[in-house]
Design a protein around this ligand. Structure first.
Ligand SMILES: Cc1cc2nc3c(=O)[nH]c(=O)nc-3n(C[C@H](O)[C@H](O)[C@H](O)COP(=O)(O)O)c2cc1C
Length: 325
């Protein structure tokens, strides 16, 4: 009988914020850390050849004291090169790596990685083994249930995929609870294919000693709580970007941490010096902050100020809120 490890207890990745290209850069991660100190953050996907040949500081630079726990997501499919990229990441100070085997973007497919890799779990397994061996770091994999164009039951493909990567040493599998279709855009892939949470719950039952996280359209703390009855972790993507303050309570609710929760105004007060230090990046950073007043009376005014990259306006806005105006 398989020995059951209680992965859930003390599992840091109970809540994670999904890797999102152009969104989860280091500025967003600084922002997100003002809201949760515990949720595991992911980088954007960085392509393996870029790590090997590109501007490493630009691609990999991060602040451990601020951003950890942090996972670097790497996209690629050549085991030897993925191993080399993983070693470089370890030298850079990353403490956990993730391999992208689920992104259906055509940009990614042309590099023969992402979702197309669901067809060849043995290649993903070889990549995981090399990445682990050369970096000495834990390596997780992010995937979908299966590809629509593969015949047979999606959950059977998922289990076969999980067997391969688990044997190769992947201790944590993150599943976006949908199939993927290769020739559709990522947006169509997100919106036109149904969610199947049960397939992910079933996967966890079949692999009790591998951590399993569920991803896809999780948009409330109640939903997080519900999924955590069946899986070890929940990965949140667009909701965290669109309405980050909805996650303000997660450290208390899911990690039992008692530190004070910053108010929206306190978050902005901590953000303003950061914006001042990064004035040349305001066009990149301000979009990350748009959702802070989601559903609140001041949302429109706040977003106008951010859209204009108006730092003085933002300081005045904060002063007005502090005075209770
Ligand atoms: C703007 C954007 C960029 C994304 N970039 C990546 C990426 O780099 N790597 C990846 O594995 N998934 C990427 N995804 C997919 C998300 O990680 C996540 O799986 C998907 O959005 C479903 O989760 P959600 O419904 O909580 O948003 C991206 C999604 C969005 C919206």
């Amino acid at each position: 009988m398989m020995h059951q490890i209680q992965v859930k207890n003390g599992f840091q990745d109970k809540i994670s914020i999904a890797p999102m290209l152009d969104w989860t850069d280091r500025h967003f991660r600084f922002w997100m850390r003002l809201i949760s100190q515990q949720a595991v953050l992911y980088t954007e996907m960085i392509a393996c050849p870029a790590i090997l040949l590109g501007d490493r500081e630009k691609l990999l630079g991060f602040s451990p004291s601020v951003e950890e726990p942090l996972v670097l997501q790497i996209g690629g499919s050549n085991p030897k090169l993925m191993g080399q990229a993983a070693r470089i990441a370890a030298e850079y100070g990353y403490r956990a790596l993730n391999m992208n085997a689920g992104c259906p973007s055509s940009r990614v497919q042309s590099g023969q990685f992402g979702a197309v890799l669901m067809k060849t779990p043995e290649i993903v397994a070889d990549c995981v083994a090399e990445m682990k061996a050369l970096s000495g770091l834990p390596v997780s994999v992010k995937t979908r249930i299966s590809l629509l164009e593969m015949s047979g039951r999606g959950s059977d493909h998922l289990c076969r995929f999980a067997e391969y990567v688990h044997k190769a040493g992947c201790a944590h599998l993150i599943v976006h609870a949908r199939q993927a279709r290769l020739n559709w855009s990522p947006k169509d892939n997100r919106t036109r294919l149904p969610l199947d949470y049960q397939a992910v719950y079933d996967l966890k039952k079949s692999f009790p000693d591998m951590a399993v996280s569920l991803n896809g359209n999780v948009c409330s703390l109640d939903a997080v709580r519900e999924h955590l009855k069946y899986v070890d972790g929940v990965m949140i993507g667009r909701w965290a970007y669109a309405n980050p303050y909805a996650l303000a309570e997660i450290d208390a609710l899911f990690y039992g941490k008692k530190h004070p929760i910053l108010s929206r105004v306190e978050i902005l007060q901590k953000m303003i010096p950061y914006l001042e230090q990064n004035q040349e990046r305001l066009s990149v950073i301000c979009p990350h902050m748009m959702g802070l007043f989601y559903g609140q009376p001041h949302a429109k005014n706040y977003k106008q100020i951010l859209a204009a990259h108006d730092l003085k306006g933002l300081k005045d806005f904060v002063a007005r809120l502090k005075n209770g105006d």
